[in-house]
Design a binder for this molecule. Structure first.
Ligand SMILES: [Zn+2]
Length: 198
């Protein structure tokens, strides 16, 4: 069920029902070589929808929130088509959307994240919110690649496989903008690459 289609009264009674789960897909709009800019958003929405369908067929009721489509894509900021939020905007969005649901009375909120670069900021935002959480409320952050136990690189064959499984026929190809590999246990921060085709 899509949250935006509920009336205010229906949303209130959904929040009061302890079996209700509210899912927020979070993506990014950034270059994916020859594939769609919204790949991470499409995956987050697809995974969230599948989870919602699955939950709704059990004893739970699941509500799909309008997605947060933009994310943190500083690493591809020089690539054409990328639209990235600033850190404070992104964290504020996460906090405000979750806060809105908590104010309604929601007790179970799940964030399904489709973009690697978003994860530390989502975690930081949710940690901030812990202070104001009601005792009986739970928020879950799910990075879909961790939930699937796979290592999805950027615009990789693994990511294309996930897209195909969701019904999108994509081929990322190669565009010279592969992410630089991280040495074990370290994260690498360098100036964002300018893809060869730009
Ligand atoms: Zn991606």
């Amino acid at each position: 069920m899509r949250y935006e289609e509920l009336s205010a009264e229906q949303a209130l009674s959904a929040a009061k029902d302890p079996g209700s789960i509210f899912i927020i897909p979070v993506g990014s709009v950034e270059q994916h070589c020859g594939g769609p800019l919204g790949t991470d958003l499409m995956i987050a929405e697809g995974v969230a929808e599948a989870a919602c369908e699955h939950l709704t067929s059990s004893e739970f009721k699941c509500y799909m929130m309008p997605a947060i489509g933009y994310g943190l894509s500083a690493e591809w900021s020089l690539a054409p088509g990328t639209v990235s939020l600033s850190l404070s905007t992104f964290e504020g969005l996460i906090e405000d959307v979750v806060r809105g649901l908590l104010r309604l009375g929601a007790k179970s909120v799940v964030i399904v994240n489709g973009h690697y670069g978003n994860s530390p900021a989502i975690e930081a935002a949710l940690r901030e919110l812990m202070r104001e959480l009601p005792h009986d409320a739970v928020i879950l952050q799910v990075n879909y690649w961790e939930a699937l136990g796979i290592d999805v690189g950027h615009a990789s064959e693994a990511e294309a496989e996930v897209m195909r499984a969701l019904g999108y026929n994509v081929n990322f190809g190669r565009c010279g903008c592969e992410a630089s590999p991280s040495p074990r246990g370290a994260k690498v921060y360098v100036r964002p690459p300018r893809p060869r085709h730009s």
